[in-house]
Design a protein around this ligand. Structure first.
Ligand code: BGC
Length: 376
């Protein structure tokens, strides 16, 4: 393919990505994870925060801000519940898994009644991190409209960061997951520096962030690299995010270099698997993780390697330009694929988080210039 047709494809996919994201953002500000996959027709704080971050980078500030408003409302609507959870925790009362704040909500900000692996903490840090990044790139924009939500999210994270929860993949409850701790650290670091937040809370946020970092560095590494959960030895591609974007460890630190090497040697070959034991839809390669690896490469100056990740993602867009959650070129557990198709239908496509991460990588590499206007 010529360089100019490659560029045309990249620009077309970027414009389509912005359109897919806009079309699947509700008036409330919530982004649905995927429109064509019944159990993903809800909004996750984790997916949404990465999507808002990409929209902010793409020059679509209003979209990102609508999402932050939605997050803030979710928290404010649960203020008394958060107070009571914190009070019960401090008095040593047990809290059942399903009493904690949820990972996904309806676009109107309600809990989804179905059974789900809801006790995930990471989103409560990720959205605050994304908000901080947005404020830094958007002159004149302040934390004030989101302040009440940020305060509640920060109090919740300070109280519960050390609790074992489900991970990014909504699995392995009962462990303290390194890639859950990283966005909690990043969100607390943001909160610690916002002058309009109460001084005491800012101080506690900074202290908790420091404690998270020390905990990960002392219990979350083995054989020179970060591990999936504290005290374990497995690798997970989401660990890359401990470097970029969450900055728990600098992406050029030898610990991150070794972590990325461990991911490369067991999970990456263009596409990137989540972790070796993955059986979801046969354990395919996830586009958003390919972009995350590319983002890491870009951050350490491995630009050719980063561009190769971007090219791999482009190759895996459907005819219509949609980006799936995962592809089946190389499966870790081929025998497990059909049972998921029978249960929930074909792989979620388009997945907004995949589109977001593609945009982020392309923008980080300077392959696109914002604002990116949606294809219509
Ligand atoms: C993934 C989660 C994601 C959700 C919605 C799940 O299968 O494991 O990380 O938040 O889908 O995209």
């Amino acid at each position: 393919m010529t360089a100019s047709s490659q560029r045309d494809r990249l620009e077309a996919l970027a414009r389509h990505s912005v359109a897919v994201i806009q079309d699947n953002q509700a008036p409330s500000g919530a982004y649905i994870a995927s429109p064509n996959f019944a159990v993903y027709r809800y909004s996750w704080l984790r997916d949404g925060a990465f999507i808002a971050d990409a929209m902010s980078r793409a020059g679509q500030a209003a979209s990102a801000e609508a999402f932050f408003t939605w997050c803030s409302r979710i928290l404010v609507a649960r203020a008394s519940r958060i107070d009571s959870l914190i009070a019960r925790h401090r008095s040593g009362q047990p809290i059942a898994e399903d009493e904690f704040l949820h990972a996904r909500y309806t676009v109107d900000g309600e809990e989804v009644p179905d059974e789900w692996w809801n006790f995930q903490l990471d989103g409560y840090g990720t959205w605050v991190w994304a908000l901080g990044a947005h404020l830094r790139r958007t002159p004149g924009c302040t934390v004030d409209p989101y302040r009440d939500g940020v305060v509640l999210s920060t109090r919740y994270v300070i109280e519960f960061w050390a609790e074992p929860s489900y991970d990014w993949w909504e699995e392995y409850v009962g462990h303290r997951h390194t890639s859950t701790l990283a966005p909690l650290y990043a969100g607390l670091q943001e909160a610690a520096q916002w002058a309009s937040l109460p001084t005491g809370l800012r101080r506690q946020a900074g202290e908790a962030a420091g404690e998270i970092r020390r905990t990960v560095l002392s219990q979350g590494r083995q054989n020179g690299h970060l591990v999936k959960w504290l005290g374990g030895d497995a690798v997970d591609a989401s660990l890359i995010a401990c470097g970029v974007p969450f900055g728990l460890v600098s992406s050029s630190d030898p610990l991150m270099t070794a972590t990325v090497r461990a991911v490369e040697s067991s999970l990456a070959h263009g596409g990137v698997h989540r972790y070796l034991e993955d059986t979801y839809y046969g354990g395919g390669e996830w586009l958003l993780l390919s972009a995350l690896l590319g983002w890491h490469y870009a951050s350490v100056g491995r630009l050719d390697a980063a561009r190769a990740q971007l090219a791999w993602i482009l190759e895996h867009a459907t005819q219509d330009g949609d980006l799936p959650e995962q592809v089946a070129d190389h499966l870790l557990a081929p025998g497990a694929r059909q049972k998921w198709i029978d249960r929930w239908g074909p792989v979620a496509t388009p997945l907004l988080w995949s589109h977001a991460m593609f945009l982020t990588l392309a923008l980080e590499l300077g392959e696109l210039t914002p604002p990116i206007t949606p294809a219509r």
